[in-house]
Structures are given as C-alpha cells and as structure tokens.
Write a protein that binds this ligand. Structure first.
Ligand SMILES: Cc1ncc(COP(=O)(O)O)c(C=O)c1O
Length: 448
C-alpha cells in the first residue's frame, strides 16, 4: 500500500489510540519485550510509518536495519504474495522449494571471494549465529569462539553468551554457554589498549594475537566472530587493519573467520557486505535483517567444504528458508541490483555524514561521528575532553524530542550514548533532508 512520502502530525505523539493500545499491551505482553517508542503502527511504506492515530513519521530506524529497500516495497510485497498463493510451507527437509535453492545460489555468488560456497537458511539473526558456531566447531573439531567488546550477536543462549553487554541482554539469565572468549575491539574513539586513533588497530591487534596465543591457544579456537561494523554496540567501525590482521591470524591457524553482517549487510554500509571495504574474504558470512525486506529469514554462507563438514541432518529447522520469506529475499536482491541501491546507500551516507559533521561543529556534545554508507552514527558525550558518555536520560529525551517532531530514531552502544541513523536507502533526498533537520532540532532541544 502506498502512503504519501510526507511527514504529517495530526495528534500529539503518542496519540490517544496508541496510548489505548499501550494500556492493553501492558496487560497482555511482558515488560521484558521492550518498546522503544510508545506508538503503534497502522501501516508503513517507503520511509514513512503511519501510526494508529494517523500520524506519519519519517523512519530513520527501519525496524532495526531491516528495511534497507523501504517499507512494503511493491516488488517485495508482490513476490511474497505470489509465493503465498503457490506454497507457504512444506518444510525444506520434507520437500524442497525453488526460492530456497535460488536464494542460496544468489548469496553464494554475492558473498566475498570467488571460491565455492554454500548457504543454509534459518529464521533470525541469532539462529544464523548459532549455526555458524556449530559449523565452525564441527569443521575444526575445536570448542573456542573469540568475540569482542561491545558485540551483539543475538538473544538465544549461545548468541546471548557471545553478546557483550550484560544489561539488558544477559542479566540474571546465565549460566552462559562455555568456551566464549572476549577480546578488546579496536574502537578508535576509545582505544581500549591505550592507543591513539592512529595506533589503535596495531595495539589492539597485538593484544588480541597475544591473548589468543597465550591464554586460549590457537589449536583450541574454532572461530573468530566479528561484526565488520558493530550494530547494537554503537556503529563502531574497527580501526583500519584490525579486521584484516585478525583474518590473517585465523587463516594461518586454521580458525574459521566469521563476519556477522546481520546489521551491516545488504547494502546498509554501501556494499553487499561491509567487510568488502576491509579487503578481507571471510570463511563464513551471516545475513539476516534486510535480506528478507521485512520477512524473517537469515543466511549462513560459507566455504563449501566447511559448510559440508556437518553430517546430513545436523543443520536446519522447521521453518528455515521458508519459501515466502525466500521469495521476498530474492525480490530484495533484485531491487538492490536493478536500482543501484549500493551506490544510493553511499550517496545517502554522504549526505548524512555532511550534516552530522556540521552538527558536531555546532554542538560540543557530539564527540564522534562515524560509519560507512548509510550506516551512520554520532556518539554523544558530556565533555569532549573526558569523553564521559552523555546520560541515558538525556539520550532518551533526545529520542522523544525527535519522535514528537515526527522522526523515529534509535540509540545504541554499551553506554547507550550513540544515536544511530538507519533510513531506508531508497529514501528521497527531500525526506532525508527534512529528517536530518528534525534531528538537529531535537539535539538542540535536549543535548545542545
Ligand atoms: C550484528 C547482529 N547479529 C545478530 C543479531 C541478532 O539478530 P536477531 O534479532 O534477528 O536474532 C543482530 C540483531 O540486532 C545483529 O545486529
């Protein structure tokens, strides 16, 4: 359904109908399932979300990086509708389906590297992570998985164990899966090993390699798992060279190098996969979120021999690679190709970068701006010299100030002080500009 691509506020935010629904929600749904914004969606299209009160908001959140091609993209909707009428589910393990196989072929061709690849599908990002760990362990016969500070890999038991931040993701929900080792990430703005922005990659890499050698043992490590640009961790772009150094170490020691591109992939960072800009070919790459254009599907794409190291029946699940979701994903890939959306992502990112750098000149509270393609963020601080993170209450006031003006944004980061921008890459220039203007007003009103 098409909605005019225009912001329109007809009630205060949240409006009366959203408030009514939230009263029912509070009775019916546990509080652990958080709601970031107190509004209820009626419909969405392109870069606009319309709530149940008829307000039309500009969406810079896209369901947490799921709608790179825009809400209810007509090509995606019709592909899913067509498939709905043909076959909704027979279970790939029982009788296979064409969209699953075709999507596997497409991802095998798109993933970095010209070696032979294979792809399996699951339903969520966390499940893709779980499967990648299973495959790496089976392939290497080793238990250890190395992950990094600020990482987010999901909420199931293994994925939660791999995720860094304790509150809210892990608190009170242990014991966690064993054989998970966490190392500092080369975070240029806050180098954890005492480096400067320039030396951060080198000092964190030296620390990581030493730690893996001395305290874990290369021969015990099945996988190194990293987000090429962190998502929930605050859009941290690891210092240049850090990822390549880890990949080199992995290759030299028979360790499976896994890129978690669940948030950064499918054009978000201006490439099919963000790791392309690191000059690294991962052994396994994970996709989800924007792959399905709103339908739940995730993929694990890896070297054919690694993927085949698991015996028949060792991988899969009832719904993995559901034909409706797979058909939608094929339409997403077609749309990205046909409309040059990787290039568009870089153009959108360039516009955002220019605007948020200008905001940084205006507001001392913006300590850092970073990202690639249309995956951009700003990190807010109390004081640029100490880099003390801006208080959570101010961050949430900023989010509310944006929402009241008709703009949906998200925060992120271990300290909750990163404002991340995830508009659809299909957003038109006028709406993008308007959204960035509203963001600037919201910063001025709360954190200026
Ligand atoms: C990098 C990354 N990995 C894994 C996940 C987990 O995905 P899901 O929420 O679909 O399980 C996410 C979700 O935010 C993510 O950003």
């Amino acid at each position: 359904m098409d909605i005019p691509q225009e912001r329109k506020l007809v009630t205060e935010i949240p409006g009366p109908r959203s408030r009514e629904w939230f009263e029912r929600r509070d009775t019916a749904v546990p509080r652990g399932v958080a709601n970031i914004h107190p509004i209820v969606t009626a419909r969405a299209s392109g870069a606009i979300v319309e709530d149940v009160d008829g307000n039309r908001l500009i969406d810079f959140a896209t369901g947490i990086a799921v709608l790179n091609v825009g809400h209810t993209a007509p090509e995606v909707v019709s592909a899913a509708q067509r498939q709905l009428e043909l076959d909704t589910h027979t279970c790939f393990h029982v009788t296979a389906n064409e969209p699953y196989i075709e999507l596997a072929e497409r991802l095998n061709a798109l993933a970095p590297g010209d070696h032979e690849k294979k792809t399996m599908f699951a339903n969520s990002g966390a499940e893709a992570v779980e499967n990648a760990v299973k495959i790496a362990r089976k392939h290497t016969g080793r238990p250890g998985v190395v992950v990094f500070d600020h990482a987010f890999h999901g909420r199931t038991l293994m994925a939660m164990s791999l995720t860094a931040k304790v509150m809210p993701y892990k608190q009170g929900m242990g014991p966690f899966a064993p054989e998970v080792y966490r190392l500092p990430l080369a975070y240029p703005y806050r180098c954890p090993t005492g480096g400067t922005e320039e030396t951060c990659a080198e000092s964190c890499l030296a620390y990581a390699l030493d730690e893996m050698h001395k305290h874990i043992g290369e021969e015990n490590i099945a996988a190194i798992l990293i987000e090429p640009i962190q998502g929930e961790g605050g859009f941290i772009v690891p210092a240049p060279g850090f990822i390549a150094g880890l990949a080199e170490f992995a290759a030299a020691n028979g360790i499976v190098f896994i890129a978690d591109e669940i948030q950064s992939g499918m054009g978000r960072a201006g490439r099919w996969f963000a790791i392309e800009d690191e000059g690294v070919v991962p052994d396994i790459v994970l996709s989800a979120k924007s792959l399905g254009g709103g339908l739940p599907i995730s993929g694990v794409t890896g070297r054919a021999d690694m993927m085949d190291s698991v015996h028949v029946g060792g991988l899969g699940g009832t719904y993995g690679g559901n034909p409706v979701a797979a058909a939608a994903a094929l339409a997403v890939l077609d749309k990205i190709e046909a409309e040059g959306l990787l290039e568009r992502s870089r153009a959108v990112g360039g516009t955002i970068d220019g605007r948020i750098r200008a905001m940084q000149d205006r507001f001392d509270s913006i300590g850092d701006v970073r990202g690639r393609g249309a995956m951009r963020a700003m990190e807010l601080v109390v004081d640029r010299a100490t880099k003390e993170p801006l208080d959570g209450a101010v961050m949430s006031a900023l989010g509310s100030a944006a929402l009241e003006r008709g703009l949906i944004v998200l925060t992120a980061g271990t300290y909750g002080n990163v404002l991340r921008l995830l508009p659809p890459v299909t957003i038109d220039d006028g709406l993008l500009d308007e959204g960035l203007g509203l963001l600037e007003e919201a910063v001025a009103a709360t954190a200026g």
